[in-house]
Structure formats: structure tokens, C-alpha cells
Design a protein around this ligand. Structure first.
Ligand SMILES: C[S@@+](CC[C@H](N)C(=O)[O-])C[C@H]1O[C@@H](n2cnc3c(N)ncnc32)[C@H](O)[C@@H]1O
Length: 276
């Protein structure tokens, strides 16, 4: 199994959203499991590494290995760790399906194997979950969190938002990814061999409503629609045109301007205990 194309790519508008992420705002399900300072954590699909560095800072006697197939984003993540002065995190270019190629990684070698907003971008998330389970020691956990695009919500109503959502979801599906995966992470864990009783399931949301939050969230989607790799994927798929994407960007700008604007991103979370 190899990695398919990553729908968004790593344009500045994409990295702006990933680099905002911290353990507090993106890993509430992990917090109860971080009380041992000597943990060994694998962060699979780490992107620009802000979560990985935050995790490492919380386990001063432990270590984080963070992997991502993108050379560019791994360089950025290394710079971020340097700027933060965090030294117990190692960033390597690597693929969860081909972890054997990464130095210092072995079966059962981690207490926590974590992937945030990654499974939705994989063509074979079940295979990825099985690999994550293999890498977790007995008694350790696999922790995943992904949003569910079918559960995205906003206010006030705007016809253009349905167009955005329909196009996004159909484009993700056209490259055989599941944009709605957040609701079935537990089912994937069960298929990967975890017992239902060993799987903790939760949901948490990101909300964007203040002027600054709206400017950030709407602005990045307006830019992503017209500048990132997502645009190229839409055009390649034939599901939308350049004009459609321009119109979607205008919709996002209009939503940004709505003083009573509100956006909710629902995230499914799973902590699967590796007992068998
Ligand atoms: C939405 S980003 C999430 C980044 C980071 N976890 C975060 O939440 O900020 C998804 C990341 O998964 C990476 N990715 C895609 N395929 C992968 C694979 N086969 N193995 C590991 N990472 C992969 C992409 O390069 C991208 O950086």
C-alpha cells in the first residue's frame, strides 16, 4: 500500500490551519493519557508539527517521533521545534504504510500512536489503523481524530455553502477518500482487531464565530478554494470549474462578513486500547 495524493497539498492557506493546532484545541481525547512524562509517542501524518511539538513539551522524559510523507512540511516542522526549543521530538519523512523504512521505528515500540485529521485523507484507512496497532505496545493506545464533513454546520443559511460542501465531499470521494470518516473511526478500529469494549469514543467541536475566528476560518477556505492543490484536484476531477471555485471563494468572503456568522466542525475521536 502506498500513499495516494493528499487532497489539500501544503499551500500557505492549508498550513495556516494546521499550524494553529495544539494539544488543547485538537487533542482533548489524548489529555487523560499524557500523565506519564516518559511516554514514547508516534505522531503519524504530523503536518507542520505544532501538535507533535506540544506533545513532546508535555513529556520531558519521553520522546515523540513525528512522520509525514511531505519533505517540505517536515522541514517546516523541524524549524518549528527549533524555534520552540523542544529537543525530544524527531521529525522524519515517512509514510504510515511503509514505516519499516524509517530508522528507529519498530513493532510495539510506542505507548501512543496518534494521527490527527489523517485517516480522512487515506485511501485505505483500515490498513493504516492496522499498522498503527502493530506499532503500539500491548497496554498502549491508538488515538485518532477526524472531522465529519457531512456534520459541518453554519449560520446564517447561505446557498453557496451547500455548493462548497457538496463539491468538497465529492472531490474527496473522487480520490477514494472518506471526508465523513469521523463518524466511523470506532468501526475501523473494530475491523482492525480492537475489541469494542477497548475503544473509547468521543466527539468534540471546533467553533468559529468571533470576527477574528471568522476571518481566519473563512479566509483560509476562500484561499484554499482558489490557490491550494485542492483547486487542481477539483479541476482534474471534472466535478467543478474555475468559476465554481471563484464563486465558492466569494461565498466564504460573504460568510466572513456576517456579524452573526457561526461555524461548527464536528470531530470524531477514538482512543483504542491495545490489549489483545
Ligand atoms: C490534514 S493534515 C494533518 C496534519 C496534522 N496531523 C495536523 O492535524 O495538523 C494530513 C497530513 O497527513 C499526511 N499524510 C498523507 N498520507 C500519509 C501517509 N500515508 N502517512 C503519513 N502521513 C500522511 C499529509 O501529508 C498531511 O500533512
Amino acid at each position: 500500500m502506498s500513499s495516494g495524493p493528499y487532497l489539500h497539498g501544503h499551500h500557505a492557506s492549508v498550513l495556516r490551519s494546521h499550524s494553529w493546532r495544539t494539544v488543547d484545541n485538537s487533542c482533548p481525547h489524548l489529555l487523560p493519557h499524557l500523565n506519564n512524562p516518559s511516554l514514547r509517542i508516534l505522531d503519524a501524518g504530523c503536518g507542520p508539527g505544532t501538535i507533535s511539538v506540544d506533545l513532546a513539551a508535555r513529556i520531558p522524559l519521553g520522546s515523540v517521533l513525528a512522520i509525514d510523507p511531505s519533505v517540505e512540511v517536515i522541514e517546516k516542522a523541524r524549524r518549528h521545534a527549533e524555534e520552540k526549543g523542544v529537543t525530544n521530538v524527531r521529525f522524519e519523512v515517512g509514510d504510515i504504510f511503509n514505516w519499516n523504512a524509517i530508522e528507529g521505528i519498530e513493532e510495539g515500540g510506542f505507548d501512543i500512536v496518534h494521527a490527527h485529521q489523517v485517516l480522512q485523507h487515506l485511501q485505505d484507512p483500515l490498513c493504516a489503523m492496522k499498522e498503527m496497532k502493530k506499532l503500539t505496545r500491548k497496554g498502549g493506545i491508538v488515538a485518532v481524530r477526524d472531522c465529519d464533513f457531512s456534520a459541518m454546520n453554519h449560520y446564517p443559511p447561505h446557498e453557496g455553502m451547500s455548493k462548497w460542501l457538496d463539491l468538497y465531499r465529492s472531490t474527496a470521494k473522487s480520490i477514494k477518500c472518506d471526508p465523513d470518516i469521523g463518524k466511523r473511526l470506532h468501526a475501523i478500529a473494530m475491523q482492525a482487531g480492537f475489541l469494542r469494549d477497548d475503544i473509547d469514543v468521543s466527539v468534540s467541536a471546533w467553533t468559529f464565530s468571533t470576527p477574528a475566528e471568522r476571518a481566519w476560518w473563512c479566509g483560509l477556505w476562500a484561499e484554499r478554494s482558489t490557490k491550494s492543490d485542492y483547486k487542481a484536484r477539483v479541476l482534474e476531477s471534472g466535478l467543478g470549474t474555475e468559476e465554481d471555485l471563484e464563486e465558492i471563494a466569494r461565498t466564504w468572503r460573504e460568510m466572513e462578513g456576517k456579524e452573526d456568522g457561526w461555524f461548527a466542525v464536528i470531530n470524531g475521536e477514538v482512543v483504542a486500547h491495545n490489549r489483545v
